[in-house]
Design a protein around this ligand. Structure first.
Ligand SMILES: Nc1nc2c(ncn2[C@@H]2O[C@H](COP(=O)(O)OP(=O)(O)OP(=O)(O)O)[C@@H](O)[C@H]2O)c(=O)[nH]1
Ligand SMILES: [Mg+2]
Length: 413
């Protein structure tokens, strides 16, 4: 379908910011399969309370829409249900605001039961007031519509919908709570088995998180040049394996003005990732708007309570552009790389492993020939740096978690 991207530029928005936001909305539209045929803007001190754009501008937009035979108007702000309704009445076509566009993408990309339930809760929360608005506009005719099936006398169609939506949200929330609990149990089991070294890949949508996940773990997660390709957290071990064993999680991406319903409902997905002891914050260094994307991501991370978790800042896609020297100066300790270069991925891997090896100790263990049954256990839990043998047994110089080394010492004769 053809669409027009439209926005009011408020005095508080600089030209640069405004343009970047429109570009992003065009990309979101493309992800939804729209063909964007025109962009329409107006400078204004505030949104028109009735229909977002001023009167004269609405007429202009109507003509533009007809000229391009566009079926949808995409507004780069969240607008009220009545503003959307009134604008659509005058201009024609379907009016979608930024929130609805993002919700629609999440809806289409959600594939697991978990993600679907989260998206549906957010969508229902958004649709509720809009259905009410439509019912109100439909007027008293609607009130007269007779009903059977549980509707008490005098209850309007709108009220019924509202009640249905509330019930459905409650039902979904219950399902979700059960799933959250299940996942917690699974996770606890996994962590018991595999230790606690976890790194989560976080960042703005399309930064390259899933690409890095693939490269680091050899897993086949979805990589796509569209926004919000990933909605579920995936967890895989670093491959080839390291000591200690490190689990990597790939997470849902962030965006400017992430609808609040989505932040709330995806919190459980993110919580899982944020149990990590390290966050690798992936930034697309080739995007002209990367500084803003970096700031937005940090804001959302703060919002969901991840301020304290240590960060590794990863500037990705440097093969496509970006000023490596400037980045290194401004962000000491950052990694500048391309997911497309093997050597760069290896450096990232080393930095991650080094983080988890900070707490490791080196020790020498003596493994008598009589205790060879413990050999496998030592190799599984420690990195063996050197091995010497004599008549009595083997001397192993190892690096491992302090507690783990102590435990092995106690096991050894
Ligand atoms: N040139 C170049 N392209 C890259 C690099 N890393 C990722 N890409 C491309 O960027 C696009 C997005 O990559 P993804 O890994 O899906 O991004 P993501 O961060 O997982 O995105 P979401 O799941 O939508 O949040 C894909 O087309 C990748 O092939 C890189 O270092 N260089
Ligand atoms: Mg992804």
């Amino acid at each position: 379908m053809r669409a027009i991207v439209a926005a009011v530029q408020l005095p508080s928005a600089s030209d640069l910011e405004f343009e970047a936001s429109l570009t992003e909305l065009r990309q979101l539209a493309k992800t939804l399969g729209f063909e964007v045929v025109a962009t329409f803007t107006q400078k204004r001190a505030g949104f028109d309370s009735k229909a977002y754009f001023g009167t004269g501008k609405r007429e202009e937009l109507r003509l533009l829409r007809e000229e391009h035979a566009a079926g949808a108007i995409l507004i780069d702000h969240e607008i009220s249900p009545s503003q959307a309704f009134n604008l659509a009445e005058e201009v024609g076509g379907e009016v979608m605001d930024r929130t609805m566009v993002i919700l629609e993408i999440f809806h289409r990309h959600a594939s697991s039961r978990f993600a679907r339930a989260q998206v549906e809760i957010a969508r229902l929360g958004y649709m509720g007031p809009r259905l009410r608005e439509a019912a109100k506009q439909a007027g008293p005719k609607d009130r007269a519509r007779s009903g059977t099936g549980g509707r008490s006398g005098g209850e309007s169609h709108g009220e019924l919908d509202r009640r249905k939506i509330r019930d459905r949200i409650a039902e979904l929330q219950k399902e979700l709570d059960v799933m959250v609990l299940d996942r917690k149990t699974q996770r606890a089991r996994r962590q018991e088995r595999q230790g606690l070294a976890r790194v989560a890949l976080v960042g703005y949508t399309n930064a390259g998180k899933s690409t890095l996940m693939r490269a680091l773990t050899g897993s086949e997660v979805l990589v796509a040049n569209k926004l919000f390709a990933t909605l579920d957290t995936t967890v895989r071990a670093l491959h080839p394996e390291s000591v200690p064993r490190v689990l990597v999680s790939d997470t849902v991406g962030f965006i400017k003005n992430l609808p609040h319903g989505l932040v709330a409902s995806f919190k459980s997905t993110l919580d899982e990732a944020l149990e990590a002891s390290l966050l690798a914050h992936v930034v697309d260094a080739s995007d002209p708007g990367f500084e803003r994307q970096l700031a937005v991501t940090e804001e959302v991370l703060d919002e969901i309570g991840a301020r304290q978790v240590p960060r590794l800042l990863v500037f990705n896609k440097i093969d496509r552009g970006g000023d490596e020297t400037a980045l290194r100066t401004k962000h000491p300790g950052c990694i500048v790389m391309s997911a497309k270069r093997e050597g760069d991925v290896a450096r990232l891997r080393e930095a991650i492993v080094a983080f988890f090896q900070r707490d490791l100790v080196e020790a020498e263990l003596f493994l008598p020939w009589s205790a060879q049954n413990l050999r496998g256990e030592i190799f599984a839990s420690c990195q063996v740096l050197e091995e010497r043998a004599d008549g009595e047994g083997a001397f192993l110089r190892v690096r491992g978690d302090a507690g783990e080394v102590k435990r092995l010492r106690e096991l050894l004769p």
